[in-house]
Design a binder for this molecule. Structure first.
Ligand code: DHB
Ligand code: FE
Length: 293
């Protein structure tokens, strides 16, 4: 598995490549996904939430007697997060899981988890059974992910779509790392009239956050693991239903339970089995969506 620099033809660091693309994606794409929001700012809400966040930092300074040297290093680190475009990476690794848990308290249907910084809009639209766009010699274990999308009352959801994206066998995301071509191992699969889908792909590999950027450097400076267990990202959508944002993990992955993004959940683990067709494996997973209110 590769965790260092991609090809020598790449002149900027992993962190700057992934970070600037993630910043651009966050700027342009996410309002399509999550809706525009009300745009309203409630003064009391700002005072409460921002006040609590600032007080958390002030109390860390008091309790641990933070020095000017450390304060200045913190300033430089924040500037570096901006310069490398790593805000989406940093926020999605260290904070999104808490926001997701707050949202999940009010949700029915299949368990979800964080979106992360690497979703891209406007990927290949495919009909089930579908093979994700991949290179002729795409490395890794051939894998089938199959299942059915239903409503919370059990109705199969014709017109459901499964937007899927994941790393290649070396832990790289297309669109963010230099190596995989645009659109590699990404697609939006349209289910059949029973909400069923069958997606042919490659098993993804565990992933480290970029180690040469400020998020990775801070992680390593603290002695924390920079790894995410191998995972498949999904947005499962159907007309009239809330879109499910989820990820699927793999039994036996060494990084399960120690995910730098704290996004793995026991309900989200797959246990793929050999199909008998070469080294191909298959996992079945159904999704239940709640009706939009
Ligand atoms: C990051 C990477 C991921 O693959 C993910 O799902 C969440 C966060 C990151 O590098 O920030
Ligand atoms: Fe990811």
């Amino acid at each position: 598995m590769t965790t260092t620099q991609p090809g020598a033809d790449q002149s900027v660091s992993d962190a700057v490549t992934a970070g600037s693309h993630a910043t651009e994606s966050a700027r342009s794409g996410l309002s399509n996904l999550r809706g525009p929001g009300s745009g309203e700012v409630d003064q009391q809400r700002v005072a409460t939430v921002v006040g609590a966040a600032l007080e958390g930092i002030r109390s860390a300074i008091r309790e641990h007697e933070v020095t000017y040297e450390e304060f200045d290093a913190f300033k430089r680190w924040l500037i570096a997060v901006s310069d490398t475009g790593e805000w989406p990476l940093f926020l999605d690794v260290y904070l999104e899981h808490e926001v997701e848990k707050v949202a999940a308290k009010r949700q029915q249907g299949s368990v979800g988890t964080i979106l992360g910084p690497f979703w891209l809009d406007e990927q290949a639209r495919l009909d089930t059974p579908a093979t994700l766009p991949m290179r002729d010699d795409e490395p890794g274990t051939p894998m089938i992910l199959a299942g059915q999308v239903t409503s919370t009352d059990g109705t199969p959801l014709a017109g459901a779509t499964v937007d899927i994206w994941h790393t290649d066998d070396e832990g790289w995301y297309s669109g963010f790392a230099a190596k995989p071509p645009a659109g590699n191992l990404r697609g939006v699969v349209r289910c059949d009239d029973q909400g069923r889908f069958e997606i042919h792909t490659r098993k993804p590999a565990p992933y480290t956050i970029p180690l040469d950027g400020p998020t990775g450097q801070m992680t390593q400076a603290a002695g924390w693991s920079p790894w995410r267990p191998a995972h498949i990202h999904l947005l499962v959508a159907a007309p009239g239903h809330r879109t499910l944002t989820s990820q699927l993990f793999f039994t036996g992955d060494p990084y399960l339970g120690n995910d730098v993004a704290s996004a793995d959940k026991p309900e989200l683990t797959l246990d793929p089995q050999p199909t008998g067709n070469g080294d191909e494996i298959r996992a079945d997973r159904d999704f239940v969506l709640e009706r939009e209110t």
